[in-house]
Structures are given as structure tokens and as C-alpha cells.
Design a protein. Structure first.
Length: 153
């Protein structure tokens, strides 16, 4: 399993110009909807927001991993957004978030969903140079290339 298998290149958003957590999550879901990856934009957003209300998915080091199980996807989907100026995400370390990995999974995919979350955490954990490279990318192709390279190490 590679993270690339779950990413639709067209859903990747580079240097998003938003200032709030709510707006950027909404914008990412809107892009997923435009790509035909979610069946109901409003229901998807409700699932993601409900999960955020339980506890912020801002995991620290400039990263957020919002995730939800929802019937609006037929397979696991991973979308990525970079925000060069950063946003206040209410992260655990109280610092701005510059990189978002949004993971959506069907409700019956608990095991595979956990594997994908673990893979995301593994490539990002204490990997500041890799995170910096992702934040400063100029294209979706570059993000995919960087992730492939990192997973192959």
C-alpha cells in the first residue's frame, strides 16, 4: 500500500489562500466534490466538522490530518492542501498549520483507514525537511513525487 494509491492529483491544493480552519476544510471538500470523489458535499463537510468538534486534528509541527468515516465516499480518499502563510487550526502545539492531509473513508473500512493514518504519520513524524519541501511545492505532481520518494526510503 502506498499513500499515492489514495490521492487524486486533481484534489491537491497548493498554497491555499484561506485564513480559517473552517473555510479551508470546506474548500478542500468542495474540490473533492468537483473531482467527483464525494457524493454529497454537505454531508461530507458535516462528518469532517463533527470529527473536529471531538478534538482538533492539528497534530503539531504545522500539520493537520482531518479525517472522517462517511457514506459519501466509496473508497478511501486522501487529499492534500498547503497553506504557505499558515492558519490558526487550534493544533495541539498551538502553532499554525501549513500542511493538511484530509482522509475520508467509507464507514466499513476501519482497518484500512487506520493503516493509511499510520502511513501518513510515519512519513511526517519528525521529518521537518520533508514537511518543509511539501509546504513549498509548486505543483500537485511535485507533492506526489515527494511522497513517493519518501515512502521508498
Amino acid at each position: 500500500m502506498s499513500l499515492i494509491d489514495y490521492i487524486d492529483k486533481d484534489s491537491i491544493m497548493i498554497d491555499v489562500q484561506e485564513t480559517s480552519k473552517e473555510r479551508i476544510l470546506s474548500k478542500m471538500i468542495e474540490r473533492l466534490s468537483e473531482c467527483g470523489l464525494v457524493s454529497n458535499k454537505e454531508e461530507t463537510e458535516h462528518s469532517v466538522v463533527a470529527r473536529e468538534k471531538l478534538m482538533s486534528t492539528g497534530v503539531g509541527n504545522g500539520i493537520a490530518i482531518p479525517h472522517a468515516k462517511t457514506d459519501t465516499v466509496s473508497k478511501i480518499i486522501l487529499s492534500i492542501a498547503t497553506i504557505k502563510s499558515g492558519i490558526n487550526y487550534k493544533a495541539v502545539d498551538k502553532k499554525k498549520v501549513f500542511l493538511i492531509f484530509m482522509l475520508l473513508a467509507p464507514k466499513d473500512s476501519a482497518s484500512e483507514n487506520l493503516k493509511v493514518l499510520t502511513s501518513i504519520a510515519k512519513i511526517l513524524r519528525d521529518n521537518h525537511s520533508f514537511i518543509e519541501k511539501l509546504i513549498n511545492t509548486k505543483s500537485a505532481d511535485e507533492i506526489i513525487s515527494l511522497i513517493k520518494e519518501e515512502e521508498n526510503k
